[in-house]
Write a protein that binds this ligand. Structure first.
Ligand SMILES: Cc1cc2nc3c(=O)[nH]c(=O)nc-3n(C[C@H](O)[C@H](O)[C@H](O)COP(=O)(O)OP(=O)(O)OC[C@H]3O[C@@H](n4cnc5c(N)ncnc54)[C@H](O)[C@@H]3O)c2cc1C
Length: 490
């Protein structure tokens, strides 16, 4: 009998799992609760603007290329990528606005300007980061992390690499550099991993290699072009998509899931992969005896932050902003403490602003600007309109003052998005935006397992399981879980 595989959700991990399984001739159906494919990377259009709802940084282009190559395709078959220069802008605490150049020699000159001798140190730092990237991305992230034995042969065990796993990013960077601005620049990619630099293993300086050497890219038309490309490919391989179809239960009998009970009827299958938030699948779709983890386990997990987002349409061109802008004009440590140590709405948050219309004329009407604001905040906070508005005004005050222009009065479209929306749209655990933090205690085999221990045909994928949060890891997660599932058939 041909295996019939049901995939829950249509985020990057689910799309990757579905296509990898269909590539092997399996009959695959994706069930998605929302009316649009893409999960946290959905898109919406309003008043002539096209907004990406979630991810905006396109890093690690090699991961996307490798993904399409597995189906004998290229990224350029589906969307056009451009490399951004400057890669991004940082606004430091003294209000200095610094462009981070794409060209390595120019970046070295910038390092040298802030700290004498740091350009040579950067060479060394990045040579190590390159090694980690190659071992990490070619080997580590593709491990299903089901057993410590998977890592027995792993190069990481030896010498410097092991030390790097138990050292923190914070220490590692400070061993090489002393200038505060350079340290902030190098610590910034850690924000993608959902934990403080002090708690993130130094292994993840591989992200600095991705940032500096592999570059920051952008798909013309927006990040949603990736979702569209992956969906076209999935359909070419025969994957079926059923939208507005919320899975309410994964019904199990005799140690196996037998069907997905949904708002559009029952879907029987031989195997099930859930790319919905792990906690939701475990706690809300399965009966208690099949939960992989207890309530206590989940409450002890360190979640990556949630976000307060604003999608803004501005009826004029803006000045002094780049495509990506990091407002580090307040204390990084205080904001981090208010996310991780003493979770509360932050007093003076750092924030990030993306203006894709500076690169791409298709995402805003002529003469207008598409502005996306992201404030990282702790998960599980009270979320209401008054709080959102307070933070909108905080951000606008700083944005207008630092960039020396009026923006508020030019806003013709405004939508906010935070915890309550993450929960209602994605069944997000505690309203998290980026899943589970990549701390040492939540790495590899210490992450929630991609297999259910009691139901032999149920698998989990996505940013709460291995290898972790972010678009490239989610793409990899889908492929890893598909391979695990296929192993059980041989
Ligand atoms: C605001 C924001 C900014 C980000 N920025 C970046 C960035 O710049 N670069 C980067 O690399 N990463 C970024 N990320 C992270 C990245 O977007 C995610 O890691 C990735 O998209 C997660 O994919 P996923 O497949 O794990 O889950 P999701 O995208 O959450 O997909 C899960 C899907 O399951 C569906 N679902 C849930 N429950 C059910 C159910 N019961 N029945 C049916 N369907 C269900 C949901 O509707 C959803 O479509 C960002 C995330 C956010 C939120």
């Amino acid at each position: 009998m041909k295996e019939k595989i049901i995939v829950v959700g249509s985020g990057f991990s689910s799309l990757a799992a579905a296509t990898t399984l269909a590539n092997e001739g399996k009959d695959v159906t994706v069930l998605e609760k929302n009316s649009q494919i893409g999960g946290r990377a959905r898109q919406f259009k309003s008043s002539g603007f096209t907004f990406d709802m979630g991810p905006s940084w396109y890093w690690m282009p090699d991961v996307f290329e490798a993904y399409f190559k597995r189906s004998d395709k290229k990224v350029s078959d589906y969307y056009e990528l451009v490399r951004l220069n400057p890669s991004y802008q940082i606004i430091f605490q003294d209000k200095e606005m610094v462009d981070i150049p794409a060209a390595y020699q120019e970046l070295k000159a910038l390092f040298e300007k802030y700290e004498k001798g740091s350009a040579v140190k950067l060479d060394k730092f990045l040579a190590e980061a390159k090694y980690k990237y190659e071992v990490g991305m070619n080997d580590l992230v593709h491990k299903p992390s089901q057993s410590i034995l998977e890592f027995a042969q792993w190069k990481v065990i030896s010498g410097v690499f092991r030390l790097q796993l138990f050292n923190s990013m914070s220490n590692h960077i400070r061993k090489h550099f002393t200038n505060k601005k350079l340290i902030e620049l190098l610590e910034f990619p850690v924000l993608f991993l959902g934990a403080k630099p002090q708690e993130t293993p130094a292994l993840y300086s591989l992200m600095n290699y991705a940032d500096i050497m592999l570059g920051t890219w952008y798909p013309i038309g927006g990040m949603y072009k990736i979702v569209e490309g992956m969906t076209i490919l999935a359909k070419e391989k025969g994957v079926k998509f059923i939208l507005d179809c919320e899975v309410k239960e994964l019904k199990a009998e005799n140690g196996k899931v037998v069907k997905a009970v949904t708002t559009k009827g029952d879907f029987e299958g031989t195997h099930f992969v859930s790319g919905a938030d792990y906690n939701h699948t475990d706690k809300q779709l399965l009966s208690k005896e099949f939960h992989n983890y207890s309530e206590e386990y989940w409450n002890k997990r360190k979640m990556a932050p949630s976000s307060l987002l604003f999608y803004l349409g501005v009826n004029k061109r803006v000045k002094n902003l780049r495509h990506h802008n990091l407002f580090f004009d307040e204390s990084f440590n205080q904001h981090a403490a208010e996310i991780y140590d003493d979770p509360k709405w932050p007093s003076n948050p750092l924030f990030y602003i993306c203006v894709p219309s500076l690169t791409d004329k298709t995402v805003a009407p002529e003469g207008s600007e598409n502005v996306f604001v992201l404030i990282p905040v702790a998960p599980d906070l009270e979320d209401n309109d008054a709080i959102r508005e307070r933070y909108y005004n905080k951000v606008m005050d700083r944005l207008e003052s630092v960039t020396e222009q009026k923006i508020r009065e030019h806003i013709i479209y405004k939508r906010s998005y935070a915890h309550k929306d993450f929960i209602s749209d994605y069944h997000s655990f505690k309203g998290n935006a980026y899943g589970l933090a990549n701390t040492l205690r939540q790495t590899a085999i210490l992450k929630p397992s991609l297999r259910n221990k009691k139901l032999r045909n149920l698998f989990y994928t996505g940013q709460l399981t291995t290898p972790g949060p972010g678009v490239p890891p989610s793409l990899i997660s889908g492929q890893v879980v598909a391979k695990e599932l296929l192993k059980t058939l041989s």
